[in-house]
Write a protein that binds this ligand. Sequence first.
Ligand code: SAM
Length: 494
Amino acid sequence: MSGERGERSDRSDRGQRPSRPTRAERNPRPPRSNQSDVDYVQPARRVAYEVIAAVRADDAYANLLLPTKIQRAALNTADAALATELTYGTLRMQGYYDRVIAIAANRAVTAIDPAILDVLRLGAHQLLATRIATHAAVNESVSLAKQVGSRSATGFTNGVMRAISRVSADEWREQVVAEATSPDDKLAALYSHPVWVVRAFRQSLLAEGRQDELEELLAADNEAAKVNMVALPGLTEPGLRASLGELDAFSPTGFVLGGGDPFHLMKEHDGTIRVQDEGSQLAALTLTRARPVKKDERWLDLCAGPGGKAALLAAEALAGGAFLVANEVVPARAALVRNALAPVPLDVPVWETDGTTIAERHADTFDRILLDAPCTGLGALRRRPEARWRKQPKDVAELSGLQSNLIDAALSALAPGGILAYVTCSPHIAETRGIVTTALKKWGDSVKQLDTASVVQSLSETELDLAGDPTVVQLWPHRHGTDAMFITLIERTK
Ligand SMILES: C[S@@+](CC[C@H](N)C(=O)[O-])C[C@H]1O[C@@H](n2cnc3c(N)ncnc32)[C@H](O)[C@@H]1O
């Protein structure tokens, strides 16, 4: 598609470091009353396009870049919601839309100019998953193509968009399924996940005897996550959660925000309420409430950045009379931990050491350790729309080496009788049960797994539907409405 690789408009954004406004932002086109004006791109669509392009070209994170773009473009509430839906919807369903585009364009998507492919992905989303009028979706996609591609790209975009619009969403699903190369490829296509992720999820569900839930799980990843918040226990009024939203089904500290800007609320309450997934709250509380806290216990959050769980641990340590240390190897993330801890009136040192070396100076020291391990994040795909396309099987292999070293270090740093909570926001077997099995083998009768399911059930507001071996708890978006957090408690016996 050489003719489409022409001059691009100013795409100076660099994703994670949004700094200079783009030319379009500096000189926004005023809305025109003439709908047939093919140059006009509605600001919400432009913002969505710019984020999608920055995610592809600059490895930007949509959840960080989008709010900045929305603010710069001064979008009103309705347009901000539209830009968010278009961005997240397009990025999540990118794998599916690429299959549709390949059929409609009669060429592999790898043969399409990436900037034009972004235009087509955004256009396909509008045609197949929104109520946006066909003419608006087609015309504005062509306008965008004109601005980011060459003259011939305009005709190409027009042709592909019209081809997509001629067939209903249901018929497209049939065509895409007909081209799938295997049953797993069919699931990957329909639910827009990479095949290796589909297989990894099946393995995780299989470990619980719940493999029949696979399609439900894949579908749940494509739903927008609710805004879940934590109210730090002991630092907020008991009735606050109910006054701000709906109480969480399981977490005794959480609620689903009823409306309004969560960050504004967070400021208003001096950081004692903050955005936090319900599963993350359960993970932190599983450690702090596994058994009654004795005064002066020593706690460690080994991989604390950006500090969401550290803040909850600190509130619980304050209530129980324990000491807490937080550790985070990346200095910028350690700064975020300090910010997260600021609302809790407890002196929490924040160390910046490599967690794998923690036992060199602090062996046999801590009564409770949270190891919320660096992981692929495959359990949080609802909230990180592009993550599924960015992660690769090799990431699992790399991370599992680090996870094994961290769990060993954490077990060495536990005092005899102390408890480790090993947690990941990934359900991948290699990052969860695999890591734990290896550590248990290595440590023999010096450690034992605890009945983690009983601990989680005992602190939960209502009973959770948990399956399989009770020494591990796997939460799921489709079953619990949480991220797919994995939690297990291990006690050091000697
Ligand atoms: C899953 S995140 C922790 C999330 C955190 N518990 C929270 O709730 O906000 C894992 C963290 O581990 C950090 N990390 C990675 N390797 C590490 C190491 N060797 N030692 C300590 N921290 C590490 C990462 O920078 C990342 O901030």
